[in-house]
Design a protein around this ligand. Sequence first.
Ligand code: NAD
Length: 254
Amino acid sequence: MAKSEDYFKGKTLFLTGAASGIGQATSYIFAREGANVICADLDGEGAERVAKEVDQRGGKGFAITCDVMSRDQVNQAVNTGIDHFGRIDFQFNNAGSAIRRSKFLDIDDELFEKTYDLNVKGVFYGMQAIVPHMLENGGGVIVNTASMAAVRGGGGHSIHYASAKGAVVTMTMGVAREFVRDNIRCVSISPAAANTHFQDISTDELKQSMTNDIPIGRMADPEEIAEVVQFLCSDACPYITADTIKISGGGGFR
Ligand SMILES: NC(=O)c1ccc[n+]([C@@H]2O[C@H](COP(=O)([O-])OP(=O)(O)OC[C@H]3O[C@@H](n4cnc5c(N)ncnc54)[C@H](O)[C@@H]3O)[C@@H](O)[C@H]2O)c1
């Protein structure tokens, strides 16, 4: 929640990965608070569906089809969003995936590169597109989706992905520090396993073993992560920047 009443009303969030899971839940939570939500996703139909639902839930939605692996498409999406709503106050660089599970010795160049293109370059392009706009506007908040995988290493199934999310944590810290005096806060979130389509690539056995490792005993619901994203964008936490906020169900590991 924000410190000031109606803090999000009329303010604008640009987010990627809006068509599903954590991004969809975040879109709806910002809609609940009366925000404008620019829903960007590779899945254009899904983005349209979520943007329409944002309209129904008290916000104003705007859908954009965008592949975050393309610098041109990310620049265009951000600029189109600015043209539409006049400005962007918050950016949530959230699109990401482990692509597929793989043991370390089976990670080939293609998997490694695609994982970094999506999870690292996608965030890098997003931040490079928005920072000049935020500097011009006198500030803003950027939230990037990392993962508890970054502190666990992903051994056995996801080292490609865990290391990419480690880069997100580090890049977030660097951007936060470079622009700390410009009223731009930049934070990352590190969720444990969450109940979304992200887990479609996990076998039942892997899902069970991940759940067993989470002290709270279950995966997170996407809404439980989205509420934290909104808090981080709010005026209630001006001292939080650079850090990764763990949403880990008790440490995320035993
Ligand atoms: N679900 C989990 O267990 C979990 C845990 C930690 C971190 N995360 C991270 O959370 C973020 C959101 O994932 P989710 O759990 O909501 O998964 P999800 O699969 O439900 O949603 C991911 C969304 O990203 C979109 N997307 C994929 N590739 C894209 C691209 N190239 N350009 C634009 N959009 C693209 C998809 O279309 C989808 O709408 C990801 O960065 C993921 O790595 C997920």
